[in-house]
Design a protein around this ligand. Structure first.
Ligand code: PGA
Length: 267
């Protein structure tokens, strides 16, 4: 099992974008980043399924960059045309699976129940789930951010049998829905507060047991200009980057800026 060991996690979610040229340009640009910077982060690329193997084949630092999938089916195999199974992902060396992205809920009508089932399947195969949670604009205005995150986390707890181990070896991406693709991000104070709320909620829920290898990252309109702001005061364990991960220049700048901000914050 892959266990995250580095200080910060940076995940590139390509969504329904990318092609062979993007893969070539992006990996070339990443290969120019000095080893000591790459070593200080866990870099995870989530291309569309059809490109997973191409990205994997072209990874120059196989121990420092990982591939992950943007979705899976909740069945292991069978008559489910057009789907991808966690077993297939495991077969080709995928370590991470994004689950519960708000775009899947919106455009593919994914329910909280099916998200929990997918989470369970990913865990059962010892892959690492990256669970997306977050509130809508309206819920934020009503002051319901914590309630919504709690509800989404509880859905997962309710389905898994070994509750105290539910979030071991996993990542939660706090992604306010109103922030995705809009250029708007919450105040730093808000990001840090909700991240610490999520961590404390899970801690309390499984007390006296302790959660192991569990990380909470921020996602939503991350770019090379706001990365310093997001990492200031060190609340977030990392970033889930959408649109900006498709620009090889912007994405490598995000990696550089993350490194230098975190270095400064740790002094
Ligand atoms: P964005 O997307 O960075 O384009 O806002 C983030 C995401 O949806 O994962």
């Amino acid at each position: 099992m892959t266990i995250l060991t580095k200080k910060k996690i940076i995940i590139a979610n390509w969504k329904l974008n990318g092609n062979l040229i993007l893969i070539k340009n992006l990996l070339e640009k990443i290969s120019l980043i000095p080893g000591y910077i790459l070593k200080s982060i866990d870099l995870i690329l989530l291309p569309p399924h059809v490109y997973l193997l191409e990205v994997k084949r072209n990874l120059f630092k196989k121990d420092e960059i990982y591939i992950g999938a943007q979705n899976i089916d909740k069945h292991f195999f069978g008559a489910y045309t057009g789907e991808t199974s966690v077993l297939m992902l495991q077969d080709i060396g995928v370590k991470y699976v994004l689950i519960g992205h708000s775009e899947r809920k919106k455009y593919h009508l994914e329910s909280e129940k099916s998200i929990s089932e997918k989470f369970k399947i990913v865990k059962s195969c010892n892959l690492i789930p990256i669970l997306c949670i977050g509130e809508t604009k309206k819920e934020k205005q009503l002051g319901q951010t914590e309630i919504i995150c709690k509800k989404q986390i509880d859905e997962i707890f309710n389905l898994l049998e070994h509750k105290d181990e539910t979030f071991n070896n996993s990542i939660i991406a706090y992604e306010p829905i109103w922030s995705i693709g809009t250029g708007q991000i919450p105040e730093l104070k808000e990001i840090n507060e909700i991240i610490s709320f999520i961590k404390n909620y899970i801690k309390k829920k499984i007390f006296p047991k302790k959660v192991k290898n569990f990380f909470v990252i921020y996602g939503g309109s991350v770019n090379s200009n706001n990365v310093q702001r997001i990492f200031k005061k060190g609340g977030s364990d990392g970033l889930l980057v959408g649109a900006a991960s498709l620009s090889h220049k912007d994405f490598s700048k995000i990696i550089y800026n993350s490194y230098y901000t975190n270095k400064k914050e740790n002094i």
